[in-house]
Design a protein around this ligand. Structure first.
Ligand code: ADP
Ligand code: MG
Length: 434
């Protein structure tokens, strides 16, 4: 089925065509008609499946038919957990809406508020915002919601994980009750369902993701290794296989810095991103990594969220996350559908519990591959013969993630690295010329 059958007008179709999409993704095919009908929607699909266009295209269609936003008014509000994601969503909106007379803007913390107030003064049809900054702007009367028709929660699961629940509740109180509500998320956790109850009205549910499943086309395995040899093994793997674009996860900021420094010492270009780095430094690190100027990006879990990266061939878990769900998020950064990706975990004996929790969550035992010269002195204990069913209880959360963030711009890196285009498998991995 092509885009033209979905009920979108020519000016939108033209922009989509120029962007080079030939057909809608499954989530787009399902969500676009629902949104156009004005219904509330809860949609779950894995990262990289095109959810942004799934809500942006029909919203542009709806808005193009009504009257434009009056001063300080907003007709559609898109809330995202991170600045990077907010900027990306607005990019998509201006791309798809370039032949329409609609205005869009993006606001987030960490930068001056005055220019944002100025932008809002003449009204915007679509505003993309992170919750904290939106509330700041509202408290300064810079934004009003009398004309609000649609609210979108993008990456709703992330918003909850990052402790935005209080902000979300505050925002809901200031929105008109009669509105269309759309929720997008990678998975429907129990928390999401609970939140949804107070948000959506008789929603249509769409899901193209089995719960917590890892992506099939990702090859995953572990290298058992002694903790003290992890750094040397990482260097060895990168050099041995000529990996040119690797995302390495570290549980701590300090660890991320150390790994990057050590790689640099061994002549592998690497940079770290985490919450202690300024917004400018993070943006630069990411741009360098995307452009292939830097071969290894070392990131903490939170810092890695919300960013779209083209074709990521390798993800390495330098250490295993404490929350098994984070493993699924981490390896979701690499290959999907027809483009293959590899997720490799360096596991030391003390991480057996994390390993077992992950295997239990994904319902699959990870292959153990020994590397010559790195065979550990301390064995990683064997996994249980038969995997127990996944636990139902909620994962423990990092306390900091749940702190209310109203009024301040938490510096905790709130990004997510997301692979681009791989879902359609239309851009094979390219090795840069040497
Ligand atoms: P999600 O929000 O589900 O993680 P995105 O909306 O960020 O995914 O889309 C991931 C990538 O797929 C983007 O680079 C986007 O340009 C691309 N994309 C979206 N829709 C299509 C389509 N119909 N055909 C080809 N590529 C698409
Ligand atoms: Mg998205």
């Amino acid at each position: 089925m092509g885009f033209s059958k979905l009920g979108l007008s020519d000016s939108i179709l033209k922009a989509v065509l120029q962007k080079g999409y030939d057909k809608p993704s499954p989530i787009q095919e399902k969500s676009i008609p629902v949104v156009l009908e004005g219904k509330d929607l809860m949609a779950a699909a894995q990262t990289g499946t095109g959810k942004t266009a799934g809500f942006t295209l029909p919203i542009l269609e709806i808005l193009s038919k009504g009257s434009l936003a009056k001063s300080n008014q907003v007709r559609t509000l898109v809330l995202t957990p991170t600045r990077e994601l907010a900027a990306q969503v607005q990019d998509s909106i201006s791309t798809y809406g370039k032949y329409l007379p609609l205005k869009s803007a993006v606001v987030f913390g960490g930068v001056k508020i005055n220019p944002q107030m100025q932008k809002l003064r003449s009204g915007v049809d679509i505003l993309v915002a992170t919750p904290g900054r939106l509330l700041d702007l509202y408290s300064q009367n810079a934004v009003k919601f009398d004309q609000l028709e649609i609210i979108v929660f993008d990456e709703a699961d992330r918003m909850l994980d990052m402790g935005f629940i209080h902000d979300i509740k505050r925002i809901l109180k200031i929105l008109p009750p009669k509105r269309q509500t759309l929720m997008f998320s990678a998975t429907f956790s129990d928390d999401i369902r609970k939140l949804a109850k107070s948000l959506v009205n008789n929603p249509i549910e769409i899901s193209t993701t089995p719960r917590n499943s890892t992506v099939k086309s990702v090859r995953q395995w572990i290298h058992p290794v002694d903790k003290s040899k992890k750094q040397a093994l990482l260097t060895h793997l990168i050099k041995e296989h000529d990996w040119y674009q690797v995302l390495v996860f570290s549980r701590t900021k300090h660890g991320a810095n150390r790994i990057a420094t050590q790689l640099e010492k061994r002549k592998i270009s690497a940079t770290a991103i985490h919450g202690n780095k300024s917004q400018a430094a993070r943006t630069r690190a990411l741009a360098d990594f995307k452009a292939g100027k830097v071969n290894v990006l070392v990131a903490t879990d939170i810092a890695a969220r919300g960013i779209d990266i083209d074709q990521l061939p390798h993800v390495v878990n330098f250490d295993l996350p404490h929350v098994p769900e984070d493993y699924v998020h981490r390896i979701g950064r690499t290959g999907r559908a027809s483009s293959k990706g590899e997720a490799i975990s360096l596991v030391s004996a003390d991480e057996a519990k994390q390993l077992f929790d992950i295997e239990r969550l994904i319902q699959k035992k990870l292959d153990r591959v020994m590397v010559d010269d790195f065979v550990p002195d301390h064995n990683v204990p064997e996994s249980a013969k038969k995997l127990l069913p996944p636990k139902n209880k909620k994962p423990k959360k990092n306390k900091n993630r749940n702190k209310p963030r109203y009024g301040k711009d938490s510096n905790s890196a709130e990004n997510k690295i997301k692979k681009k285009k791989g879902f359609w498998g239309n851009k094979p991995n390219k090795k840069p010329k040497k």
